[in-house]
Design a protein around this ligand. Structure first.
Ligand SMILES: Cc1ncc(C[n+]2csc(CCOP(=O)(O)OP(=O)(O)O)c2C)c(N)n1
Length: 638
């Protein structure tokens, strides 16, 4: 008889309830299969790999011990939720991760009842879990009830102020609430800050050894009766940690890859927890896949890759990324002016400031995942006579908005905002789209707001920002590569509030703000062939507006169209306001504004997203043609 391969246990798991009938030994097998399935799926889709691999055992343990969806398991950031998705009825779609019409790369309420709370920005999980705990105690959701509220938060994400605001509130309310601190000693980059150092001290301290001894006392997983679990739970509760001072029972640190530790402790917590509990779990980012374990970012995010070698399949490109162009231009400015400093909130590689830090280590500050602090820190630096460049993604700067208004704008402090990932971002979807910065900055008095139309413009905008000491100034640029232009030797400051004419035509003018300019120019080639020759201008500034340029375009053309990769309320709205105040509409100007649609666009390829947004050259051609045809019809009728 030949040995038939055993059916993978994972194949029998349609929902987490199926885990609850398994022995601890079988759960270990499920964990191994789940890890393999996660690696295999991400090799096909790309995405966040390292974080999920680090929580495979934790995911199995949480779902085996707790009863989702009644118990609410809330993953912070939720980039580590792929194993959770596989166990919660989405295995059949896991190879559609981050694709158009597929699974989101993050938790999403509309996707599954097992995703009680959506995320992608960090450090929200404890607040949300506390909300569920209070809702439970006040009788919310009476149809199904709410069981436990469990937040799983990483050591990087717990560096943000919001996490402490939540713990402060939780310690005061004393509701039963479980926080699992998933400590892998990594953020995207190695974590920074005093909190990270504190967690390392806890990890290195007595508690860990105490725990190992205690676990050894257990004859086996089957012998964890309620009493034993209770004793265990008590033994592990140590006094004196920061978390205890905040009103949490602290348990740990545990080995987060050892189900023999995780399962009994979680069972103990489930049976006996009163009030808020913090379970400190030590894990390894990228665990179980050598290429990820060995990567500098522990496999944080990856494109599609070869399973055996771990090598990523990536189309080569010669054009430099906007991020890199920004970093090099900033290094150039900093080499001439030692007051230039740079600030990132836990994204040194993503913003290119890793390159800046190599050159100017003492003038580069990674403040951890702390955008609010980062912005006000820059305000302080500016007040102290420095020239701070606050480099953040558009979507994450949202978190520091009151600081932008209150600490920077009202005090007219010359903080330079380098806004990366402006516009649509592709596979990360709606949570990461940089849609709102134009709108949320152009309404602030005294702000200068620029958008680079191409990578050469970005170099000039870095120089413009460096030279601008009169107040706050921002420049935005997209994810991805430039158009492959010849780069200027050095940046030359632009005249504030002045745009440029790119080509002259008649009848129709298109005024572009940002990198859609290349699509506008491509559209013009098609329109030229159809006998329509628009004037095209690059506004460069959404604030202050180039009034002269705009009014001149309005005067000399029958139709004016603005285009920007941002939500309504931004550049086009300000142009409309100007035109209406100047009475231009009364004189018959036809005006249209092309902005992102008033929806949150789900993940897709950038091309698909632009198609949904109607922002491609073909869409611009269609817009212009419709206006020309309408004009011709009106003329015929008249
Ligand atoms: C507000 C905010 N800023 C920045 C990010 C980008 N970001 C995504 S994951 C991550 C690191 C999170 O580290 P940690 O919580 O330790 O999780 P790990 O990836 O190590 O599992 C960062 C900085 C974000 N998601 N949200």
């Amino acid at each position: 008889m030949t040995d038939r391969p055993a059916t993978p246990l994972l194949d029998t798991i349609a929902s987490p309830a199926d885990l609850r009938g398994l022995s601890d030994r079988q759960l270990r097998q499920v964990a191994d299969e789940l890890r393999a399935e996660t690696i295999s799926a991400v090799s096909e889709t790309g995405g966040h790999l390292g974080a999920g691999l680090g929580v495979v055992e934790l995911t199995v343990a949480l779902h085996a011990v707790f009863e989702a969806p009644r118990d609410k398991i809330i993953w912070d950031v939720s980039h580590q939720s792929y194993p959770h998705k596989i166990l919660t009825g989405r295995r059949d779609r896991i190879r559609t991760l981050r694709m158009k019409g597929g699974l989101s790369g993050f938790t999403k309420r509309s996707e599954s009842p097992y995703d009680p709370f959506g995320a992608a920005h960090s450090s929200t999980s404890i607040s949300a879990a506390l909300g569920f705990a209070v809702a439970r105690d006040l009788g919310g959701a009476p149809e199904h009830g709410i069981g436990d509220a469990i937040a799983v938060i990483g050591d990087g994400s717990i560096s943000a102020g919001m996490a402490y605001e939540a713990m402060n509130n939780a310690g005061h309310l004393k509701k039963r609430l479980i926080v699992v601190l998933n400590d892998n000693e990594m953020s995207i980059a190695p974590p920074v800050g005093a909190m990270s150092a504190y967690l390392s001290r806890l990890y290195a301290g007595k508690a860990y050894h105490g725990l190992k001894d205690a676990v050894r006392l257990l004859p086996g997983p089957l012998q964890e009766g309620a009493k034993r679990a209770k004793d265990l739970f008590k033994q592990f509760t140590l006094g004196g940690t920061l978390f205890e001072e905040l009103g949490f029972s602290y348990i740990g640190p545990l080995d987060g890859h050892n189900l023999d530790q995780l399962l009994p402790v979680l069972r103990g917590v489930r049976s006996h927890a009163h009030g808020p509990v913090l379970l400190h779990v030590i894990t390894q980012k990228g665990k179980g896949y050598r290429p990820a374990e060995g990567a500098a970012d522990k496999g944080h995010a990856t494109g599609r890759f070869d399973l055996v070698t771990g090598k990523q399949h990536k189309a080569p490109s010669n054009a430099p990324s906007y991020t890199k162009v920004f970093a090099q231009a900033l290094i150039d400015e900093a080499s001439r002016d030692d007051r230039v400093v740079a600030v990132t909130a836990a994204m040194p590689d993503g913003t290119g400031l890793n390159l800046f830090a190599e050159r100017f280590p003492a003038r580069c500050f990674d403040v951890a995942i702390a955008e609010q602090h980062g912005v006000t820190f820059c305000a302080g630096l500016a007040a102290g006579g420095m020239k701070p460049f606050c480099a953040m993604y558009s979507t994450f700067l949202q978190r520091g908005y009151d600081q932008v208004v209150h600490d920077v704008a009202i005090q007219r402090l010359p903080v330079r905002f380098a806004i990366d990932r402006a516009g649509l971002v592709g596979a990360d979807g709606a949570t990461h789209a940089g849609s709102f910065d134009i709108a949320y900055l152009t309404n602030l008095p005294g702000f200068v707001v620029m958008a680079a139309a191409d990578e050469a413009e970005l170099v000039h905008m870095v120089a413009t920002a460096a030279a601008h000491d009169e107040g706050p100034i921002a420049f935005r640029y997209p994810r991805g590569e430039g158009v492959g232009l010849e780069m200027p030797e050095r940046g030359v400051p632009l005249q504030i509030g002045k745009g440029r004419i790119m080509r002259e035509g008649a009848d129709i003018a298109i005024l572009s703000f940002g990198t859609r300019l290349s699509e506008v120019l491509a559209a013009c080639e098609t329109l030229d062939q159809q006998g329509i020759a628009p004037t095209v201008a690059d506004a460069r500034f959404a604030k202050p507006l180039d009034r002269d340029l705009i009014l001149q375009l309005a005067r000399h053309h029958r139709v004016l169209i603005t285009i920007e990769e941002g939500a309504v309320g931004g550049f086009g709205s300000h142009v409309a306001q100007l035109l209406s105040e100047e009475g231009v509409f009364d004189r018959g100007l036809v005006f249209r504004s092309m902005v992102l649609p008033d929806i949150f666009i789900d993940q897709a390829s950038p091309e698909d997203m632009y198609a949904v947004a109607g922002m491609n050259a073909a869409d611009i051609v269609a817009r212009v043609r419709a206006l020309v045809d309408a004009g011709a019809n009106a003329a015929r009728r008249a």
